[in-house]
Design a protein around this ligand. Structure first.
Ligand code: BTN
Length: 245
C-alpha cells in the first residue's frame, strides 16, 4: 500500500500531460471526488486540476445511482473550463470515456468497448463509467474504473480489470487530455474513436429514462446524443440508460 504522498509523487513523476493532473490532489477517503473537485473549481482551480481518492463513501454514478467505491478502484475527477457552448459539453464526457477506454485497454490488454454514452465494458461487463457534472463556469468530469476491486464487492454485472492504479491513473489523465483537446477543433475525431469502440451501435436496444423506448441504435450525433431508429422514426436521445437486447 502506498502512502498518499508517495502515490502523488509517483504519478507526478510519470505524467506527461499539459494540464490534466496539474495539480493532482490525493486523498485516502472522500465522499465523492466530484465534490472535492467542484469545491476546488468554485475557489478558482484551473482546468486540469484533478482529485484522486483511494476510496469514496458516497460515490455517485449517472442517473442518480450509487457508485460502489471500495479500495482498489480508480476514483478520479478533473476540473474542465470549456470554451464552447454548454450544449456541446456532453461531448466532453464522451471524449473522456474514449480516453479512459484507450488507457484501460493499453494497461489491461483485452478490448474495452463503450456503451452509450460513456460506460466502459470488458467482455460485456461494466468496468468503468464517466459522470460529467456541469456548473455555469466549469464542469467536473468524474471517472470510475474497477482497477483491482474484489469481485465480491461488485454488482454481478460488473467486473474488475486486475491492474495497478498508478499506471492506470497516468494513462487515463494523458489519454483524456488528448481527447478533450480534440473536442473543440476536431470533434469528428472524438466521434470516430467512440464509434469504433461502440458496443451499442447497430444493436437493438431499450432505453430507460423519462420515457421508455426501443429501437436500433443508429449513430451518435455531434452533440453526443444517441440516434435511435424506432418504429415511429428516428429519435434523438439525450439521457437514459441503455440495455442491449
Ligand atoms: C456511471 O457509470 O454511472 C458513472 C460513474 C462515475 C463514477 C466516478 S468515480 C469518481 C467520480 N466521483 C463520483 O462520485 N463519481 C465519479
Amino acid at each position: 500500500m502506498h502512502s498518499l504522498q508517495d502515490l502523488a509523487g509517483q504519478i507526478s513523476s510519470r505524467l506527461h500531460t499539459e494540464t490534466f493532473g496539474r495539480p493532482l490532489h490525493t486523498y485516502d477517503r472522500v465522499t465523492s471526488t466530484n465534490d472535492i473537485a467542484r469545491d476546488l473549481a468554485d475557489q478558482g482551480a484551473a482546468e486540469g486540476t484533478a482529485v484522486l481518492a483511494l476510496e469514496q463513501t458516497a460515490g455517485r454514478g449517472r442517473l442518480g445511482r450509487r457508485w460502489v467505491s471500495p479500495r482498489g478502484g480508480l476514483y478520479l475527477s478533473i476540473v474542465l473550463r470549456p470554451e464552447m457552448p454548454v450544449d456541446q459539453w456532453a461531448l466532453l464526457g464522451i471524449a473522456v470515456a474514449v480516453g479512459a477506454a484507450e488507457a484501460a485497454e493499453a494497461i489491461a490488454g483485452p478490448p474495452i468497448t463503450l456503451k452509450w454514452p460513456n460506460d466502459l465494458l470488458w467482455e460485456n461487463k461494466k468496468v468503468g463509467g464517466v459522470l460529467i457534472e456541469a456548473q455555469t463556469a466549469f464542469a467536473v468530469v468524474g471517472i470510475g474504473i474497477n482497477a483491482a476491486v474484489p469481485s465480491s464487492l461488485l454488482h454481478p454485472e460488473s467486473a474488475s480489470l486486475g491492474v495497478e492504479l498508478i499506471p492506470l491513473v497516468c494513462n487515463v489523465l494523458q489519454q483524456s487530455e488528448q481527447f478533450v483537446r480534440k473536442v473543440q477543433h476536431h470533434p469528428s475525431q472524438v466521434l470516430t474513436a467512440w464509434r469504433s469502440r461502440s458496443a451499442t451501435l447497430g444493436r437493438p436496444v431499450r432505453i430507460a429514462g423519462s420515457e421508455e423506448m426501443t429501437g436500433i441504435a443508429e449513430d451518435i450525433d455531434p452533440h453526443g446524443a444517441l440516434l435511435l431508429r424506432t418504429p415511429n422514426g428516428l429519435r434523438r436521445v439525450l439521457a437514459g440508460d441503455v440495455s442491449l437486447r
